[in-house]
Design a protein around this ligand. Structure first.
Ligand code: GLC
Ligand code: CA
Length: 566
């Protein structure tokens, strides 16, 4: 890759913090900004360069902060603006940069704009949203929101309705309105002026609407059609995204990572090419494998070979164009260990193996809090234990589709977003050392075994392994190959092996050509593989039984990272 195409963020390792569940310092049971400051050294030691913090703006928390009522204010649950500035400064001292969440497809119904719109449905602020007349006393259209029910909610005291792609407390902002857009650009620049490195950009594909909201063929017994179907058919989001970028991020050389589902296939280079709308977007190709046609109750289990195919295909496609951000899990997904590993592999060895594959793919690795200690899905005993708005909706959907209480509980337990939102497990003390008070959300009972403190004391732990893995990825010697090296799959005929080379190009004498093999055996039994190239160095191995000699022998759940002769 030519030097001119290099960007400052290409070789970074990022970490997502879900602030409510990270670390509580004042005993109210809710994680806070002081808690993040307190753990910066921990993150530094792990090798993190960039932190993405899920929303910390003022919010009624109907969708856990993804419903913002004041874009310029820090939620008092988390702290103050002074504490946020302190966090920026303390992070900077440690060479860590901060990325905030940018939720601009919608705001909260408690936001001043929406309150003004309700107060005067013919006025200026009504045009910050999509207000439409109903059709003969019915909603103006038949789209189903992502969290269930119609996308249209009545505007009290009128015959109008407003549009919401997510919850009714999250009205969509009207991106056809230049004033609204300018207000958002000003806000974004105000934050960038504070010294943020950039943003993770929420649900952004939804901002472009066909403003006639044409009805679609119903796809469920409720007579509605999923809004994502309308998104898939809508063109022109690119113009809005370019305008957004040019008015904000581009002026600051900011890093942006888009949450983009339902992108048109041929648009990848417009999104993440050298002058793309974003620096990068998340790679959800493995996660989409468990999308159920009508809901989680139809979510298929993920087979190893499909998972491998999805990742390999994505890597091969993306490397022609740019970089994606690789994740195992995030705050919307179940824990990766519980989802992508077969049951026999949900242990330390398997967890290290999955982490190795994810972090050494080509792209920007994003770890999610707790991933580095191998946190797993929680046990859920009844539907009342869930906080998440989407899990509660999916539970009802499953029940309406005829599943028994027990079956619906099982389905949602596997898929719930709350699996990722249980408090971070710091120690074996009460409440996993997360809070001295009552945690806002159930603590995973396995914290006595899986926690940071125990793993810090054990050289062989998942945490210590992640530290080594990140250090390897970022080391002077191997940074080039792991950042820019080509991805080339190998051993694809093997039933249970996920393996690939990373190969760096010859550039100059300081960065000689390298070939590294990453090979993981997701099977229960050992796998024996012929080696195509002589191994010159073992860079990492998760089990003493793994061997790289004449042949490569990987124990069940074994992974090795090997430098090979060229
Ligand atoms: C994104 C967020 C998710 C939120 C939704 C609505 O998908 O990641 O947590 O519920 O957008 O803002
Ligand atoms: Ca707190």
């Amino acid at each position: 890759m030519e030097a001119k195409m290099r960007k400052w963020w290409h070789d970074k390792v990022a970490y997502q913090i879900y602030p409510k569940s990270f670390y509580d310092t004042n005993g109210d049971g809710i994680g806070d900004l002081r808690g993040i400051i307190a753990k910066l050294d921990y993150l530094k030691e792990l090798g993190i360069d960039l932190i993405w913090i899920s929303p910390i703006y003022k919010s009624p928390f109907v969708d856990q902060g993804y419903d913002i009522s004041d874009y310029y204010g820090i939620a008092p649950e988390f702290g103050t603006m002074e504490e946020f500035e302190e966090l920026l400064a303390e992070a900077k001292k440690r060479g860590i940069q901060i990325v905030m969440d940018l939720v601009i497809n919608h705001c909260s119904d408690k936001h001043e704009w929406f309150q003004k719109a309700l107060a005067d449905p013919e006025g200026e602020y009504a045009d910050y949203f999509y207000f439409r007349e109903g059709k003969d006393g019915n909603p103006p259209g038949n789209y189903r929101s992502y969290f269930g029910g119609s996308c249209w909610e009545p505007v009290p005291g009128t015959s109008k309705y407003y549009f919401h792609a997510f919850a009714k407390e999250q009205p969509d902002l009207n991106w056809e309105n230049p004033r609204m857009k300018q207000d958002l650009y000003d806000m974004i620049n105000w934050w960038l002026d504070k010294g943020l490195a950039g943003f993770r950009i929420d649900a952004i594909i939804n901002i472009k609407k066909d403003v006639n909201f044409p009805d679609l063929e119903p796809d469920g017994p409720d007579g509605l059609a999923g809004y994502h179907r309308a998104v898939e058919q809508t063109n022109g989001v690119g113009e809005l995204l370019e305008e957004l970028k040019n008015n904000t991020f581009a002026k600051y050389d900011a890093f942006t990572v888009g949450e983009v589902f339902n992108m048109h296939e041929d648009e990848l280079s417009e999104f993440i090419g050298e002058n793309g709308h974003f620096s990068t977007i998340f790679d959800f190709s493995a996660h989409c494998l468990s999308e159920g046609e009508h809901g989680w109750y139809e979510a298929p289990a993920i087979e190893f070979k499909e998972w491998r195919r999805a990742i390999v295909d994505s890597q091969l496609e993306v490397q022609k164009v740019g970089f994606k951000a690789n994740i195992i899990e995030n705050h919307d997904e179940p824990r990766g260990v519980s989802r992508f590993l077969p049951e026999y592999a949900r242990n330390a060895a398997g967890t290290k193996m999955l982490g190795t594959v994810s972090l050494l793919l080509r792209g920007i690795p994003f770890l999610y809090q707790g991933q580095e200690i191998g946190m797993q899905n929680c046990e859920w005993n009844n539907s009342g234990e869930w906080d998440d708005i989407s899990t509660r909706d999916q539970y009802q959907t499953a029940r309406k589709a005829g599943l028994t209480e027990k079956e619906a509980l099982r389905v949602c337990a596997d898929m719930s977003r709350d699996n990722a939102r249980t408090p971070m497990q710091w120690s074996s003390e009460e409440n996993a050392g997360f809070t001295s008070g009552t945690p806002w959300m159930k603590v995973n009972p396995n914290y006595s075994e899986i926690n940071v403190k125990a793993q810090q004391e054990n050289e062989d732990s998942v945490l210590r392994y992640y530290q080594k893995l990140i250090a390897l990825r970022k080391s002077e010697e191997y940074k080039e190959v792991f950042t820019y090296g080509t991805f080339a799959p190998v051993y694809e005929e093997q039933e249970s092996v996920m393996a690939f080379y990373r190969i760096s190009e010859e550039e100059n004498q300081e960065t000689p050509k390298k070939r590294v093999l990453v090979a993981a055996n997701f099977g229960r039994e050992a796998a024996e593989l012929p080696l195509e190239y002589k191994v010159s160095k073992v860079l990492l191995s998760n089990l003493p039984e793994n061997q790289a000699g004449e042949k490569l022998i990987l124990a069940g759940c074994g992974v090795m990272v090997l430098e090979c002769e060229i």
